[in-house]
Design a binder for this molecule. Structure first.
Ligand code: PLP
Length: 374
């Protein structure tokens, strides 16, 4: 039996989402821009899904732009704003590459974080200039789970650069944070379905009323001319179904999963020496255990864990499969060698006590074995 502790990379699809997707693919295959009955039915599903996503994110339906995932939503937020308004972008040093790379590519500004993994708000205030047109600070980090002080960031942006839009990458946050409440201060919000029990390759960007973006994709003018291309109706229906369930059970899951995560981290730090937890646990989403093991290489540890059916990851997963040193840990001041022994165990709605017991049984001897090997 597989013990899946990699929910921050991708979550297993919720049964209700799979059902919604299958229903659409089998019966609802009309193109939502068409005029006949099947097309109108598909369009109705889009409308209903848009209402659900808007509700989950504290937005109005007209503010929701469906995309092909979190990366596209982040790129549209940053590049679409830069093209519409000119100026430069600014983001924190711990953003996902879907934000970091567009900001760097366009000559933007990067703001550091403290050793606690939270954005350096003093530095943010200092580097905000009238030239900055979009600021991007994520709600929850994908490696450490650390939740950023978005309200404080918004205050500083409004004070120092009132012309700038605030974007937040909330891709990791929906199951653990009240996004509708926390993101009230944001002009642009990105989400991705496969982080909360929906399918991969579908997501959304909220762009508040009055925020204009230059589209990245041009064509049929779907999504009110902000994102052309026939919508992935089946994927969107599944995302909406997963979002509704996720939001409905959030409070209970935060308590349940938070207790499992604490048992896991306390169990590992109690059984092993030379373990460093990144940041402060009270700043983190309830599902992430992120630890660095002295004298261990992540890759070797992951290999041993996989042999015992524990699925985890070292840092952000990356397409090449090669382990790059984590830019998040580097920004927090971790040495290269300590960062090289990082392990992210990310829990989710389907995680059980069994999964935690298995991890507690497997990880300590694996770490000891690698240390003995030197
Ligand atoms: N932003 C964050 C914080 C993420 O964790 C991820 C996925 O790992 C993305 C963006 C990219 O989302 P997607 O995989 O849907 O393109």
């Amino acid at each position: 039996m597989v013990h899946y502790l990699d929910h921050a990379a991708s979550t297993p699809a919720r049964p209700a989402a799979i059902e919604a997707m299958a229903r659409q693919l089998v019966h609802g295959y009309g193109n939502p821009t068409g005029a006949h009955r099947l097309a109108r039915a598909a369009n109705r599903v889009l409308d209903e899904s848009r209402d659900i996503i808007a509700d989950a994110l504290g937005a109005t339906p007209g503010e929701v732009i469906f995309t092909a995932g979190g990366t596209e939503a982040d790129n549209l937020a940053i590049l679409g704003t830069l093209e519409a308004r000119g100026g430069i972008a600014l983001c924190s040093a711990i953003e996902h590459h879907a934000v970091l790379d567009p900001v760097i590519h366009t000559g933007g500004v990067i703001v550091g974080v403290g050793s606690d993994g939270r954005i350096d708000t003093e530095q943010l205030g200092r580097v905000l200039t009238p030239e900055v047109s979009v600021v991007s600070v994520m709600l929850a980090n994908n490696e450490t789970g650390i939740v950023q002080p978005l309200g404080e960031v918004a205050d500083i942006v409004r004070r120092r650069a009132p012309q700038a839009l605030l974007h937040t990458d909330a891709v990791q946050a929906l199951p653990w944070v009240d996004v509708a409440d926390q993101c009230r201060v944001a002009d642009l919000i990105s989400i991705s379905a496969h982080k909360f029990g929906g399918p991969q390759g579908v997501g959304a960007l909220v762009a508040r009323a009055g925020v204009s973006l230059v589209p990245r994709l041009r064509g049929g003018g779907q999504e009110r001319d902000r994102r052309s291309g026939t919508q992935n109706v089946a994927g969107i229906a599944a995302m909406a179904s997963a979002a509704a369930e996720t939001v409905a059970e959030r409070q209970a899951q935060v308590v349940r999963v938070g207790a499992l995560r604490d048992r896991l981290v306390d169990g590992l730090t109690g059984r092993l020496t030379g373990v460093v937890e990144s940041g402060n646990r009270q700043d983190k989403t309830a599902n992430i255990a992120h630890l660095c093991f002295e004298g261990v290489e992540s890759e070797a540890l992951l290999f041993l864990l996989e042999k015992e059916d524990i699925m985890a990851s070292a840092a952000a997963s990356c397409s090449s499969g090669a382990m790059e040193p984590s830019h998040v840990l580097a920004a927090m001041g971790f040495s290269r060698s300590l960062a090289g022994g990082s392990l992210r165990l990310s829990l989710g709605y389907s995680t059980t006590e069994d999964d935690i017991e298995a991890a507690l049984a497997v990880i300590p001897p694996a770490v000891r074995r690698l240390r003995e090997r030197g």
